[in-house]
Write a protein that binds this ligand. Structure first.
Ligand code: PHE
Length: 338
């Protein structure tokens, strides 16, 4: 073994490795040069002990350099051959994608979202309130007499600490007014609770959307009606009309019940409107000045308020005849409204 021989081996090894194209060729060269059994370099290493002592240091150094050079060249050849093997296939952008169903909104949620969007166009912002309320916010401040039947244990879920599960979203009127000065323009979608036995049109847990507009200038029933008429047309269709019927609520004076003309039969009479041509949607009215008094609000304020049933709107919009379908969450049923 001479230095010249080692130089020669190195040149050959590097040339062969540079020419190797496939992973198999590279592997064959690895075995040829570094293979533990019959590899050339391990064999040369073994011969080192026969080299005359004077030449040993020089020869050992050369051998190590040769092994490093071959190892590096092998690694480089390996990287090049494996990436050459993975020829990148051109991506075909015209192929149909992999579809995953995104899911859809529940009819109750989509009515809430749609309503919020429509009132946002009129400058109403969304206010919030808790499901657990004080008696003051749910009844007293809303001018509800102490003996009013809605306070009865058979109607309201009272809690041990004297609070209650709100029976309506109207307490959010109180919260919104206490939080800001007029003008106030809010809507509040939320859950309500009443001790109702569940049937096709009642549930102990349901949703309402409350609306409140309070200003320091006069606000009239005409403002209320035009606001609700705009909502009706946006929600149900451009030909839907609104009518008011006199009613009573402790916190509005005058009070009305609000009907929309039936969007399915256009007033002729059908199954959804029970042949009347009209569908009851909301309670509403002009805010009673006594409500302003109860919460220490300026008395020269004016306002209107309304409260609509979300499930009701979802039911008539989609022709759902049993409210319980909205809560059993059978996907086969709910998928129809996507
Ligand atoms: N809170 C009333 C109800 O649940 C509806 C309503 C809201 C009436 C606002 C007037 C004003 O029946």
């Amino acid at each position: 073994m001479t230095i010249d021989e080692l130089t020669q081996i190195k040149a050959t090894a590097l040339a062969e490795l540079a020419a190797a194209k496939t992973p198999d060729e590279v592997e064959a060269l690895r075995i040829k040069y570094l293979g533990a059994k019959n590899g050339l370099l391990p064999a040369l290493m073994k011969q080192l002990k026969d080299v005359p002592p004077a030449d040993k240091p020089q020869m050992g150094k050369e051998l190590n350099a040769l092994r490093t050079a071959v190892t590096d060249a092998l690694q480089a050849a390996k990287d090049a051959s494996s990436s050459a093997g993975e020829a990148v296939e051109p991506f075909d952008f015209s192929l149909p994608g992999n579809w995953t169903k995104a899911g859809a909104m529940h009819p109750v949620s989509s009515v809430i979202e749609e309503t919020t969007r429509i009132f946002a166009q009129l400058g109403f912002t969304v206010a919030d309130g808790p499901d657990m309320e004080t008696e003051f916010n749910n009844f007293d401040a809303l001018n509800t007499a102490k003996h009013h039947p809605s306070r009865d244990e058979r109607d309201t879920f009272w809690l041990a600490d004297g609070n209650l599960l709100r029976t309506q979203t109207s307490p959010v009127q109180i919260r919104a007014m206490l939080a800001t000065k007029p003008p106030v323009r809010i809507i509040n979608p939320g859950r309500c609770y009443r001790r109702d036995t569940t049937d096709a049109t009642h549930a102990a847990n349901f949703h309402q959307i409350e609306g409140l507009y309070v200003d320091v200038k006069p606000v009239s029933l005409a403002d209320l009606k035009s606001t609700l008429a705009h909502f009706a047309r946006e929600m149900m269709g451009p030909n839907v009309k609104v009518r008011f019927r006199p009613h009573f609520f402790p916190f509005t004076e005058p009070s009305v019940e609000v009907d929309f003309s039936c969007h399915l039969c256009h007033g002729k009479g059908c199954r959804v409107c029970k042949q009347s041509g009209w569908i009851e949607i909301a309670g509403a009215g002009i805010v009673d000045t006594r409500v302003f008094k109860h919460i220490g609000y300026p008395e020269d304020c004016y306002g209107f308020a309304f409260g609509m049933g979300v499930e009701r709107i979802a039911m008539i919009k989609h022709g759902i005849t049993d409210l319980r379908h909205l809560y059993t969450n059978d996907l086969r049923y709910l998928k129809q409204f996507v």
